[in-house]
Ligand binder design. Structure first.
Ligand SMILES: [Zn+2]
Length: 169
């Protein structure tokens, strides 16, 4: 074992010590849970860095996209079908994260929910479930986008277009 001269970062996903962060690198995979971790400057003036799992960042970004587009639609009345890509794209992002994170939970037996860290069989089971859930989400998103594409083309008489409740009249 070599002596540790510099403080090693703690993984925000599994709380294990990571290897020393290479200079100028933004993303580093944790050796214990194998999650990619992104490092960003939280306070440029005092050079304080924050670490976040990449999938959490994508998850939050998708959630923000979803909220912004829904707010935009709520305040600007648009055709109902335009709601489909606004919802399908964030769902695809959530699904992709769940597939990647679930797969790693299965492989490493380490899984983190919003609060709790699980190891062993429970983590593997949750990882598998999350992976399947993610695949289902991506499938729903693809089906939705295909339906949207079809609706954009020639409208067929006789087939009622699926109405999505906008919750606003
Ligand atoms: Zn980790």
């Amino acid at each position: 074992m070599n002596m540790i001269s510099l403080p090693r970062p703690t993984c925000p996903y599994c709380d294990a010590a990571m290897r020393r962060w290479p200079l100028g690198q933004a993303v580093l995979a944790c050796d214990t849970c194998r999650r990619p971790i992104v490092r960003y400057l939280a306070q440029p003036s005092s050079r304080i860095f924050r670490l976040r799992p990449v999938y959490t960042v994508i998850y939050v970004a998708a959630f923000v996209v979803l909220l912004l587009t829904l707010a935009l639609i709520a305040f600007n009345p648009v055709e109902t079908r335009h709601i489909i890509p606004a919802i399908a794209i964030p769902i695809a992002m959530f699904g992709a994260c769940d597939i990647a994170d679930g797969w790693l939970s299965w492989r490493t037996s380490i899984d983190r929910g919003w609060r709790t860290l699980r190891r062993g069989k429970a983590a593997r089971a949750i990882g598998l479930a999350r992976g399947l859930f993610g695949i289902a989400g991506v499938a729903v998103a693809i089906i939705g986008l295909l339906a949207y594409d079809e609706m954009a083309g020639s409208p067929r008489p006789g087939t009622p277009s699926p109405k999505i409740a906008a919750g606003r009249t």
